[in-house]
Design a protein around this ligand. Structure first.
Ligand code: PLP
Length: 486
């Protein structure tokens, strides 16, 4: 079994050709055209000596699926090519990808800086779980202000972290600006590109060191399984900073043996993260789920193009509705991130964004309950259109003031626009807006339901009164909820 020798990933081919053919595996036994699912825990050794050689890494063959598996390797090769990286690692979820990507760099006592607008699950992971490991995160206030980044650097700072298209506010970061600062500071820049995918942007081409994805979203598209990926650009000079990143410059087998950088060169970071971090901690992706991800990847460009087209049409339509106060879609000329969208996202700005209803939580509830095509769901990047009320779900654990600081008011509704026909989606929204008008403008309805609320006073706790408080008991959903769902 071999991967194709065709040099995909070097601009010899277009994106759609690469997404189908890069990394594909030719099955030598039966000639299966589709990459087979190698559902096996481990791999046979021919003899006593063969086993010893494998464990010593002498013949490059496979040992155990926790470290590598042919199905997973084929998907990793495809993602490496699509992102223009040096190597990739598949893991069991986006959260696992973020965790192992950072633990490949950070240790107890280290500090890292992050942009303020991030997936809420990443924030709680950094603030709470990483803190328990002795790793401190600090969020900058203004990611566009390089002077602020500079001032927050400490002797223990070891990484910079950001997201391409943060949801639900879509407040884009200037990737090249932050990457240039990270390079100046001698720090790796890790970028979560879940909401953009390599079809919309390749962060490595703008100077990112490492790209992570929740592959459960657009990369898969079908919403049938979770997966995550870490892509190493291979461009960071780890050996230049032996004091900051000793794991790459310490002889692997004691004095006289090579360091990781000497042994693996540009992929030292990925090898370390694969073997020492993910390989030992164990968030392996099942080859079955790798196969499902592969089926999605082959149509990525077509889907993301349609996602973005549908979203722009819906964002424009929403902007015209009198009940809508604002629409957070950078594809709109009126959006504060539009200039960055033009610079970095000429193919479109994705499909996960928020809009704010003037009528606050009461209108949001009526609208969300009236939608028929949109699924009420905690997920994104699915072929199906989805809707969520962040203030009472993904961000419910925050105080009203914290939500206000993130721009998440009671009237904010988040959409993940799918691939259904645009007129059908707009018709669904239109009937839901009609339901809002019917429920909240009739005098009788007004007197018995919550009064219409102006989002301008969203700092006031009273507006959130009808929102459920986060359960304090240790139920499974209470454990899951604090920022851990999309
Ligand atoms: C931007 C982003 N990164 C990471 C994750 C985590 O991914 P997963 O749910 O696959 O663990 C999510 C969503 O859940 C996300 O939206």
């Amino acid at each position: 079994m071999t991967t194709t020798a065709t040099p995909y990933g070097q601009d010899n081919f277009g994106f759609s050709t690469e997404q189908i053919h890069a990394g594909e595996v030719i099955d030598p036994t039966f000639g299966a055209r589709i990459t087979p699912i190698y559902l096996t825990a481990g791999f046979l050794f021919d003899s006593f000596d063969h086993a010893q050689a494998r464990f010593a890494g002498e013949d490059g063959g496979l040992v155990y699926t926790r470290y590598a598996n042919p199905t997973n390797s084929a998907v990793e090769a495809k993602l490496t090519a699509l992102e223009r990286g040096a190597d990739s690692l598949l893991v069991s979820s986006g959260q696992a990808a973020i965790t192992v990507a950072l633990l490949g760099i950070l240790k107890s006592g280290d500090h890292f800086l992050a942009t303020p607008s991030l997936y809420e699950g990443s924030k709680t992971l950094f603030r709470e779980n990483f803190a328990r490991l002795g790793i401190e995160v600090e969020f900058v206030d203004d990611p566009h202000n390089i002077e602020e980044w500079r001032q927050r650097i400490r002797p223990t700072t070891r990484a910079i972290y950001g997201e391409t298209i943060p949801n639900p506010k879509n407040d884009l970061i200037d990737i090249a600006l932050i990457a240039a600062f990270a390079a100046e500071a001698g720090l790796p820049f890790i970028v979560d590109s879940t909401a953009s995918t390599p079809y919309l942007i390749r962060p490595i081409e703008y100077g990112a060191t490492i790209v992570v994805h929740s592959a459960s979203k657009f990369l898969s598209g079908h919403g049938a399984s979770l997966a995550g990926v870490v892509v190493d650009s291979g461009t960071f000079d780890w050996a230049r900073y032996p004091d900051k990143f000793p794991q790459f410059s310490t002889p692997i087998g004691g004095a006289g043996s090579p360091t990781l950088v000497e042994k693996f060169g540009a992929t030292a970071y990925l090898e370390y993260t694969r073997t020492i971090i993910a390989g030992r901690m164990g968030p392996v992706l099942s080859p079955l789920n790798a196969f499902l991800l592969l089926q999605g990847l082959e149509t990525l460009s077509l889907r993301v193009e349609r996602h973005s087209r549908n979203s722009l049409a819906i964002a424009r339509w929403l902007e015209e509705q009198p009940e809508v106060e604002s629409v957070d879609y950078p594809g709109l000329e009126s959006n504060p991130s539009h200039a960055l969208a033009v610079k970095y996202y000429p193919r479109g700005t994705g499909s996960v964004f928020g809009f704010t209803l003037r009528g606050g939580i009461a209108h949001a509830r009526t609208l969300i309950d009236a939608l028929e095509i949109f699924s009420r769901m905690s997920h994104m990047g699915d072929v199906r259109s989805l809707v969520l009320h962040p203030g009472t779900t993904s961000h419910a654990h925050l105080t009203p003031e914290e939500r206000l600081a993130l721009g998440i008011g009671p009237g904010l509704v988040r959409l993940s626009v799918g691939l259904e026909d645009e007129p059908d989606l707009i018709a669904d929204l239109a009937q839901a807006f009609a339901a809002v008008r019917a429920a909240h403008s009739a005098p009788a309805a007004q007197s018995r339901s919550s009064p219409d609320v102006d989002n301008s006073s969203i700092g006031a706790g009273a507006i959130w009164e009808s929102a459920p408080q986060l359960a304090s008991s240790f139920s499974r959903s209470a454990l899951m909820e604090p920022g851990s769902a999309v």
